[in-house]
Design a protein. Structure first.
Length: 322
């Protein structure tokens, strides 16, 4: 399904997109030579432990296999890093406990149940880390570690369902339909991961809400204006505003809550994470039926997307609704 403004708004199936030979060079793929979604994971979780991983002081004492995303482990941190790099929380495997400790020390504690809570670290300017923890005495078990960016963009959606697993209460997403703003927009289905899933509250089917959506870029390319975009994308012409819910296609290989979209640049800037002094890129994108805050590692994009230009990005989509 390809949703876009203008004629030929819907295609019956997902079409593979190839870079045009005459496309501009303002593009790098975050995952390097891997596929367009690569192997980037939206969060950190642990594999089944061989024993308690003890650390000092207030640090997380154990990381359990039942604590979140059910796959892979801390040994895959290099693959996960792109989402953290996208908001200036670059991490290496030997610093993961330091990152957790900083988030627990500086974050705001939000209780979820009698023994579970979030610690939300907001150093300012948009970047956030949501750390889900279960506490038992002096022991803390990691339930989730989710990066998020809180920006100005909003996209109105209609709730279609909540997708989670009772065994992993801090992990989940919502299925939604985009609600058109006007006659030039279109409805389309997609899913959004929730950084604050355990605090989601009443998300009744049929309810409409204006959602702040962060798109963590797996790939991003841009053109200075619509004319250069149209001249460079002759293989399969997506409108300057379009959205493809790639994760909804069975054999796409895309991780959950992934979208490929085009849009007009409303704002573009390099920001500095106030906690780490690391730079990252924020692009305010007006896409089909709404806006998305796209964030990316500055090293993955050539130059600064021009205001009024066209962006094409493949992103993991995340929001917070509490």
């Amino acid at each position: 399904m390809v949703c876009q403004s203008g004629p030929n708004q819907f295609l019956s199936k997902l079409v593979a997109l190839r870079p045009s030979e005459n496309s501009t060079p303002n593009r790098k793929t975050v995952s390097g030579s891997e596929s367009f979604v690569g192997s980037i994971l939206p969060r950190i979780s642990s594999r089944k432990p061989t024993g308690s991983s003890r650390t000092n002081s207030l640090r997380v004492n154990r990381v359990l296999s039942s604590a979140g995303i059910r796959q892979r482990g801390l040994d895959t941190i290099a693959m996960v890093g792109s989402h953290f790099d996208a908001i200036g929380f670059g991490v290496a495997q030997d610093r993961i406990n330091d990152l957790l400790n900083d988030a627990l020390m500086h974050g705001t504690k939000i209780p979820v149940s009698s023994d579970t809570s979030y610690s939300v670290w907001r150093p300012g300017g948009g970047p956030e880390l949501w750390v889900g923890v279960r506490e038992s005495g002096a022991t803390r078990d990691l339930l989730a570690l989710t990066p998020y960016f809180r920006g100005p963009s909003r996209l109105r959606v209609r709730i279609e369902g909540v997708e989670g697993d009772p065994q992993y209460p801090f992990e989940g997403r919502i299925a939604v339909w985009a609600v058109p703003r006007g006659q030039d927009d279109q409805e389309y289905p997609f899913s959004i991961d929730l950084a604050d899933y355990a605090l989601r509250g009443d998300l009744a089917v049929g309810r409409e809400i204006n959602m702040p959506i962060a798109g963590f870029a797996h790939s991003l390319e841009w053109w200075p204006d619509e004319a250069s975009y149209k001249a460079a994308t002759s293989d399969l012409q997506l409108a300057p505003k379009s959205f493809i819910p790639v994760s909804m296609f069975k054999d796409s290989g895309a991780p959950p809550s992934s979208g490929l979209f085009t849009g007009i640049v409303k704002g573009s800037q390099r920001l500095v994470n106030r906690a780490t002094a690391q730079e990252f890129l924020h692009v305010h994108v007006d896409t089909l039926s709404g806006e998305i805050d796209v964030v990316a590692d500055v090293g993955s994009v050539q130059g600064l997307p021009a205001i009024g230009g066209v962006v094409k990005a493949t992103c993991w989509l995340c929001s917070a609704v509490s």
